[in-house]
Design a protein around this ligand. Structure first.
Ligand code: ADP
Length: 256
C-alpha cells in the first residue's frame, strides 16, 4: 500500500502540469473577455458621434433652407467627424503596435536633449493655455525608438495641458536611479480622483466624459502611451499626489 517515490513524483508532476494548463486557460479566457469588451467599447464610442452626425443630416434633409440650422450642422458635423477621425487613427495606431518592430527602429537617445526638444514643441500650446512648462533633466542615454519616445511625452504633456487650470504649470523632471532613468511628468491641474487610478490606462476610459470630449479627448491616449512604454522595456505609473495635480513616472533601462 505504499506508493513508490517514483509514482508519487509522477503524480505531483501531472498535478503541476494540470495546474499550469488551467492557468493558461484562465488567462486566455480573460484575454478573450478583454477583447470582447474592447470591441464593445469601440462600437459604443463610434456610435455617439455617428448618431449626432446622422441626426444633423436628417434635419438638413427636412429643413434645408434654414440658415441657422445649416451653420449649426456644419459646426457639429465637422467636430464629430474630427473626433471619429482621431479615434480611428488611435485605434489603428494601437493595432499597428502589435506588429511594429521596435527593436530594429531603436537608436541611442540622450534623454535630456530629446525632452528639451519636446518641451520646445509643446511651449506654444502651453502658452496659448496660459501655462508654463519647466524641465530639469540630467544627461542619460537610453536605447529606444525616437518616434515613440516623442509620442509618449507629447501625449503626457498634452494631457497635462488639457487637464490644467489657468496660470498652471507642467513640470518635467528626469534623473538617473541605478540602472534606470526616471522621468516624471507632473502638472498643477485638476488631478485624477483615487477611484479612477486603476482605470486610467484602459482604452476609452475618461474621468469626465464632457471635459474630455470638449478638449477632443478619446480616452485612448494613455493606453497608447502605456503600450509604447512597455513594448520597449519601460514602465509607467501614476504617482499618488498630495493636493492638486497629477504626476506620471516613467522608467527606462539605461545604456552604459
Ligand atoms: P483623453 O483623450 O480623454 O485625454 P487619455 O487616455 O489620454 O484620454 O486619458 C484618459 C483620462 O485620464 C482623461 O480623459 C482624463 O480624465 C484623465 N487624465 C489623463 N491625464 C490627466 C492629467 N494630467 N490630469 C488629469 N486627468 C488626466
Amino acid at each position: 500500500y505504499f506508493m513508490s517515490r517514483e509514482i508519487e513524483s509522477s503524480i505531483a508532476a501531472k498535478d503541476e502540469e494540470r495546474r499550469k494548463l488551467q492557468l493558461a486557460v484562465t488567462k486566455l479566457q480573460a484575454l478573450e473577455q478583454q477583447q470582447k469588451q474592447y470591441i464593445g467599447n469601440i462600437s459604443h464610442e463610434f456610435k455617439t458621434p455617428l448618431t449626432s452626425i446622422k441626426a444633423y443630416v436628417d434635419l438638413l434633409n427636412m429643413y434645408d433652407d434654414d440658415p441657422k440650422l445649416l451653420s449649426e450642422a456644419k459646426t457639429n458635423i465637422a467636430k464629430e467627424t474630427e473626433r471619429l477621425y482621431e479615434m480611428v487613427d488611435k485605434v489603428l495606431q494601437l493595432t499597428a503596435l502589435e506588429k511594429y518592430d521596435f527593436e530594429s527602429q531603436a537608436e541611442l537617445l540622450e534623454v535630456s536633449e530629446v525632452l528639451r526638444d519636446i518641451c520646445g514643441r509643446m511651449n506654444g500650446k502651453a502658452e496659448r493655455f496660459g501655462l508654463t512648462i519647466t524641465l530639469e533633466a540630467e544627461p542619460a542615454h537610453i536605447w529606444i525608438d525616437r518616434e515613440s519616445f516623442m509620442h509618449i511625452f507629447i501625449n503626457l504633456i498634452d494631457n497635462a495641458i488639457k487637464y490644467n487650470v489657468p496660470d498652471g504649470a507642467v513640470n518635467l523632471h528626469s534623473e538617473v536611479h541605478g540602472e534606470q532613468v526616471e522621468i516624471t511628468v507632473s502638472d498643477t491641474g485638476i488631478g485624477i480622483p483615487a477611484e479612477a487610478r486603476d482605470k486610467i490606462f484602459e482604452p476609452f476610459y475618461t474621468v469626465n466624459r464632457d471635459r474630455a470630449r470638449a478638449s477632443g479627448g478619446t480616452g485612448l491616449g494613455l493606453s497608447l502611451v502605456r503600450n509604447l512604454v512597455e513594448k520597449q522595456g519601460g514602465s509607467i505609473v501614476l504617482l499618488e499626489t498630495e493636493g492638486t495635480g497629477s504626476a506620471f513616472r516613467l522608467s527606462f533601462p539605461l545604456v552604459n
